[in-house]
Design a protein around this ligand. Structure first.
Ligand code: ZN
Length: 264
């Protein structure tokens, strides 16, 4: 046991959160994007690649990001569980290369805080020359992999229903809307006209904050980009289920839109 582990007993440990993914003969491919130290503690950003069965054409590449805010744990649990679901039902990922990042803010996760230990909101640090290691590592992956879609899982403690930011390509709302409809079976939608200070329509916001995790600024055409927000005060299991339903349906919907040759 390391000194820091002794000192911090009782506290959450990011490696423990990811330990269900450490399986021999796992059907996903793990990769450590990079490591860094904060005081005596070592941290890492982990990526898990799941390649589904071949679809009709080229693989679509989608990034799924959770735990960018360290206290929003439902997304972290959902990402871990989604990988296991893919293992037992690979059909969900037919035609997809899914790059899953279950814990993008390991220090914030351990501290139970939205911000990382450096005091930064990592979801305001993208593509602005950030020196935060988590952001730099993710930016490099996002730039290299050129995703067809990005889905971020978040939670909002000021919302009693779920909602989403639909950014990027115009098609994003057509990917998001059927998925949101499916989530209504699990938890209510936030239908307010103003959510999080943005104009919203049926739980969809078409704008975002500067510095939110998204595709690299030079990328054109834009991929679909969705930030899915569960109501943070709902039962954790309900939020996890909402995330899973959303992921399944968004992937299915994008596949269908592409199959009918939707101009994206
Ligand atoms: Zn968040």
């Amino acid at each position: 046991m390391t000194h820091s582990a002794t000192k911090r007993t009782g506290r959450k440990n990011f490696r423990e959160a990811l330990s269900p993914l450490q399986k021999t003969k796992a059907p996903w491919l793990p990769a450590t994007l990079g490591t860094w130290s904060v005081g005596l503690d070592d941290y890492a950003l982990e990526q898990y690649l799941f390649v589904g069965p071949r679809g009709g054409g080229d693989y679509f590449r989608v990034g799924i990001f959770a735990g960018v805010h360290g206290d929003e744990t439902a997304g972290v649990l959902a990402a871990v569980r989604f990988l296991h679901e893919l293992a037992s039902k690979p059909e969900i990922a037919r035609g997809y290369e899914l790059y899953i990042y279950p814990l993008c803010n390991p220090t914030g996760y351990e501290d139970g805080t939205r911000h990382s230990r450096s005091g930064r909101d990592l979801n305001r640090e993208f593509w602005v020359g950030s020196r935060e290691p988590e952001v730099a590592l993710l930016e490099r992956q996002i730039r290299t992999l050129r995703f067809d879609g990005l889905i971020s899982l978040h939670a909002d403690d000021e919302s009693s229903g779920f909602y989403a930011f639909a950014l990027g390509a115009q098609v994003t709302q057509y990917v998001a809307e059927p998925a949101l409809r499916a989530v209504e079976q699990v938890v209510p939608r936030n239908c307010s006209e103003i959510i999080d200070n943005f104009t919203a329509q049926n739980g969809l916001i078409r704008k975002g904050y500067p510095g939110m995790l998204c595709a690299a600024p030079e990328v054109s055409p834009r991929p679909f980009e969705i930030v899915f927000e569960t109501p943070h005060l709902a039962e954790i299991e309900t939020q996890v289920e909402a995330n899973l339903v959303f992921l399944r349906h968004a992937l299915e919907q994008y596949q269908q839109l592409r199959a009918v040759g939707q101009d994206l």
